[in-house]
Design a protein around this ligand. Sequence first.
Ligand SMILES: Nc1ncnc2c1ncn2[C@@H]1O[C@H](COP(=O)(O)OP(=O)(O)O)[C@@H](O)[C@H]1O
Ligand SMILES: [Mg+2]
Length: 435
Amino acid sequence: MSSAGKIEEKDLRTSNERLKKYIRDKVNHLLSVMGTKPLGREELDDSTLIELDPIGIIARSFAQVLEHQKETNRRLTVAKDQLQAVFDTAGVCISIIDEDMRIVNCNEKQKELLVSPDANAIGRHCYEIYCGKDSPSLDCPAVETLATGRPVFIREVKKKNKHFQIVTSPLKDSDGNVTGVIEVSMDVTEKKKAEELMHQAEKLTAIGLLAGGIAHELNNPLGNILGYATLVLKDRESGLAPEHREKLEIIVEQAKKGSDIIRGLLDFSRQSVPSFSDVAIDGIIGKTMRTLQNRFSSQRIKTDVALPGALIVRADPRQIELVVLNLLLNSIQAFEAVSRRDKTIRVGASRDGDFVRVSIADNGPGIPGEVLPGIFDPFFTTKPIGKGAGLGLSICSGIIKEHKGSIHVSSEAGRGTEFVFLLPASGAPHPVETR
Ligand SMILES: Nc1ncnc2c1ncn2[C@@H]1O[C@H](COP(=O)(O)OP(=O)(O)O)[C@@H](O)[C@H]1O
Ligand SMILES: [Mg+2]
């Protein structure tokens, strides 16, 4: 072989080596992109490698990469859908908030409870959408998590009249900087209401026991005072001087007032057992209104009474008198604060299915919205000391409940007040438990 031929062969070998290295490097690069081990020399020796079609290898590898990519995408989509389903069907509210406190995403429960149907929450400030405020509140757990980068658990927060337990956790980037917050909240409104009812029932039981105990203790001595004073008054031979008779009459009158208060306490503590009979509601209302006639006229209150006869209820008449009396007294007292001329109390009764409906309405000052939820609570009063003990409405609601009826109020500040109570009509099928 000529020296020129040797040089050519050497050049060819060098160029082959370069080509093989190029192909091997490219194939291995592709394999590494696909996450596969690089080719070993034993898997594809250099002579086979050189016979292979390099473009073909790359094309096939590329097809494999694409296939792999498609499969990865499919799996990602499935995982994303599953995650979205968990996100949306979770019984708790979940919200993702960025560092400017704007909502990045929120689930269906969060929308249902805290986002008004016409609002688009995404991109808006969470305090505006979820809390109805212009700025975050000082005790907001998301603010704290954004500032400290630590999770916060809050036992209870009130948002839009609902109660929530909230947990916030930070979202961090790869450098550990806080980029947002995940807020998970659970609606505990119903649980809280149930707890409050329990608490209320316990309180009522305790107050009832105390009031009942005191009332029983006072009842006997007061009964004795009343009995003996009446005896002396009736004794024609006692030769009482007129001024002594007058004083005795005051004693009797005051003792009777004391007895009424005690009866009220016993009613409140429900220790006087109701004795049910069939009674006409117009008779009960008429009798109670007559006892208040002086109060109506001295305060220039007009009464407008619409009572059809023949409305018979199954009730303890004395207890229903007490209910009517309390409601009328409240209206009379409410008028003390107004100077209008056309003070009117409207009293009406009508049949309402298996019930008899009684309405007592005044055009007095009304009850402000913030006061309304508490008025049936025992000892709740807006009146000055000595004017109201705050027991009237709680006694009324206790009595009506015991009669398997219901009592409601509707009122607006400045527009007057209407109380409505329903009592089972006589002869109606079994009284409904609640209404
Ligand atoms: N007709 C009414 N008009 C305005 N406020 C009323 C009326 N009835 C009840 N209220 C409000 O409800 C509160 C509770 O009433 P109640 O239980 O009878 O207790 P009290 O009369 O001793 O205050 C009252 O203090 C008053 O604020
Ligand atoms: Mg009252």
